[in-house]
Design a protein around this ligand. Structure first.
Ligand code: E4P
Length: 220
């Protein structure tokens, strides 16, 4: 499963990209607003840090303007993936941009039917928001399962399932168990995946015992 990080914070992106675990980045208008800075500059800088797909979202709601914005964003770097909302105009723009060879991530997906429409519109990625479904008492992971089941029936569609609105390590583990293609993780969730108390405890014990030997690997 690929890991994208869900942030527009350049310091976080640099730091996490250095782990070698980051396959791409997703942003949205809220993340851009939270982080500040000129949108196009920020996207260009992210694209220079991470070679994988970098999602940049259009902010228009009508097809003509969305298409113009998508084309503008796509020119910023070869790895820009234009993000469009799951609306009729968004999917119309998805189809047009995909046919021009631009990667498109269809966002704000909350049902399997919507995911099927996005795939038919040529989306490179569909972004089901599982955390926001959990928030309203609906099982977000069940949506991932349903979309994967449907897409497996039609492999020619070629759309990857990008699990979004991820809130916890369990979301990541369950997505991987189901075979999702990608999960986009807030930096804190990616960092939390490293952690286990027994790892810390075991390492402390190894280092304490090693210190008793008085040796240094680099001295020999
Ligand atoms: C990613 O593409 C989405 O914009 C993001 O995961 C939404 O997450 P949220 O529901 O925590 O805002």
């Amino acid at each position: 499963m690929k890991f994208f990080i869900d942030t527009a914070d350049l310091d976080e992106i640099r730091d996490l990209a250095a782990t070698g675990l980051v396959d791409g980045v997703t942003t949205n208008p809220s993340l851009i607003a939270k982080n500040g800075g000129n949108f196009l500059d920020v996207i260009q800088q992210i694209c220079a840090i991470v070679p994988g797909p970098v999602s940049a979202e259009v902010t228009a709601t009508d097809h003509e303007t969305m298409l113009a914005e998508g084309r503008r964003l796509a020119k910023l770097a070869d790895n820009v993936c234009v993000k469009v909302p799951l609306t009729p105009d968004g999917l119309k723009s998805c189809k047009a941009l995909s046919e021009e060879g631009t990667q498109v991530n269809v966002t704000l997906c909350f049902s399997p039917a919507q995911a099927l429409l996005a795939a038919k519109a040529g989306a490179s990625y569909i972004s089901p928001f599982i955390g926001r479904l959990d928030d309203i008492g609906t099982d977000g992971m069940e949506l991932i399962s349903q979309i994967l089941e449907i897409y497996a029936n039609y492999p020619e569609l070629g759309t990857e399932v990008l699990v979004a609105s991820v809130r916890s390590p369990m979301h990541v583990v369950e997505s991987a168990r189901l075979g999702a293609d990608v999960a986009t993780l807030p930096p804190a969730v990616l960092r939390s995946l490293f952690k286990h108390p027994l790892t810390d405890k075991g390492l402390d014990a190894f280092l304490a015992d090693w210190a008793k030997t008085g040796q240094n690997i680099l001295d020999t």
